[in-house]
Design a protein around this ligand. Structure first.
Ligand code: ADP
Ligand code: ZN
Length: 296
C-alpha cells in the first residue's frame, strides 16, 4: 500500500491505496505547519504504507543536490516559507518519499488513470486562486532549473481590458489577468456569480487560450487538461477551444487540433488527481529505495 499527500494552501488531502479504485482519503485544513503535519502523520500511522508521495503547493525545491531539497521556498503563506515538508514526513514515517509540485502530481495522476491516460506528452493547468501548470514531456514531468511557472506566462494584454492585473511580481501575467481573484477584482464580484453572458467570459477565454497556445507552441503536448475553480464554468471550454483555434490560425496542422479540439482541451477526470499523482510519486520513491537497498 502506498501513501499520497496533496498539500494545498487551504487543505491537505491524504490518501492510501494503489489507485482510484481502492483510494481512502482524509482531509485536514492547512493551518500552521506543525499542526498540519501532525494530523497528516497521525493519518498515515494508522496504515502501513511502504512509500509516500507528496504533490505540494509551491514554490518548492525539487533539486536533490540542494541543501533545501524538499522544502517549500518563497510562499506568501505565513510560517510555511522554508518549511522542510519532505524531511518532516520522511523522518516521522521512515519510508522512502518523493516530492513534486501539485500540478506535476496532477498530470502524473491523470496520465496514469484519468483524462490523459496512456499519453507521454500532456499538460495540466489549474485556474483557481492561482494559475499553475504541470507538463509531462516524453513520459516525464518537467523540472528543469527549478520547475516551470506556467501561471506567470506573459502575453499581450487585451485592448478591451483596462484592468492592470494582480500578480505582485508581474502585474498582468497569466495569473495576474485570469486567476479567480483577478476576475473578482476586475468585475467587482466573485467569479462564480458572473452570469454566462457576462463580458468577463470571452476575455477570460481569450487569456486562457493565449496561455494554451504558447504552451502548445513550446511543448507540443498531445492534450491539455484544465482544472481549478474557474473551470467549473461549463461554457468556458467551448469558448477557449474556439479562441485557441483562432490563435493557432491553422499553422499547427494535426487532426487532433483541426478536428479533435473537444478531446484536445478537456477536463481532468479524477476526483483527486493530486493525491493519485502522489501515489505515482510514491511508486518512484519505492523503486529508488529498493534500488539503493535502503529505506531511508
Ligand atoms: P485553489 O486554487 O485555492 O486550490 P480552486 O481551484 O477552487 O482553489 O480555486 C478557487 C478560485 O476559483 C476562487 O478565486 C473562486 O472565485 C474561483 N471559483 C470557484 N468556484 C467557481 C465557479 N463555480 N465559477 C467560477 N469561479 C469559481
Ligand atoms: Zn506573475
Amino acid at each position: 500500500m502506498l501513501g499520497g499527500i496533496e498539500a494545498g494552501g487551504t487543505k491537505f488531502v491524504c490518501g492510501v491505496g494503489s489507485g482510484p479504485s481502492d483510494l481512502e482519503t482524509a482531509q485536514f485544513p492547512t493551518t500552521s505547519p506543525g499542526e498540519t503535519i501532525d494530523k497528516v502523520i497521525g493519518f498515515f500511522r494508522r496504515y502501513s504504507v511502504s512509500a509516500l508521495g507528496i504533490a505540494s503547493f509551491g514554490p518548492v525545491d525539487l533539486d536533490p543536490s540542494s541543501p533545501s531539497y524538499g522544502h517549500i521556498t518563497s510562499t506568501p503563506k505565513p510560517e510555511w516559507g522554508g518549511f522542510d515538508l519532505l524531511g518532516e514526513v520522511k523522518r516521522a514515517l521512515r519510508v522512502p518519499a518523493r516530492l513534486d509540485t501539485d500540478v506535476n502530481g496532477a498530470i502524473l495522476g491523470e496520465a496514469r488513470w484519468g483524462a490523459a491516460r496512456g499519453l507521454q506528452d500532456a499538460v495540466y493547468i489549474t485556474i483557481g486562486t492561482g494559475i499553475g501548470g504541470g507538463a509531462l514531456v516524453g513520459g516525464r514531468v518537467v523540472h528543469g532549473l527549478v520547475h516551470p511557472e506556467m501561471g506567470h506566462l506573459r502575453f499581450p494584454h487585451d485592448v478591451r481590458d483596462s484592468f492592470p492585473g494582480i500578480c505582485p511580481y508581474h502585474g498582468d501575467c497569466f495569473e495576474g489577468l485570469a486567476s479567480g481573484p483577478a476576475l473578482e477584482q476586475r468585475w467587482g464580484k466573485p467569479a462564480r456569480e458572473l452570469p454566462a453572458d457576462h463580458p468577463a467570459w470571452p476575455l477570460e477565454a481569450r487569456y486562457i487560450a493565449l496561455g494554451l497556445a504558447n504552451l502548445a507552441f513550446a511543448l507540443s503536448p498531445r492534450r491539455f487538461l484544465l482544472g481549478g475553480g474557474v473551470m467549473q464554468q461549463p461554457h468556458l471550454f467551448a469558448m477557449i477551444r474556439e479562441e485557441f483555434a483562432r490563435i493557432l490560425a491553422g499553422y499547427v496542422r494535426h487532426r487532433d487540433i483541426l478536428d479533435g479540439l473537444d478531446e484536445y482541451i478537456q477536463r481532468p477526470q479524477l476526483d483527486y488527481p493530486g493525491v493519485l499523482g502522489a501515489l505515482v510519486l510514491a511508486e518512484h520513491a519505492a523503486d529508488i529505495g529498493s534500488a539503493q537497498g535502503s529505506h531511508a
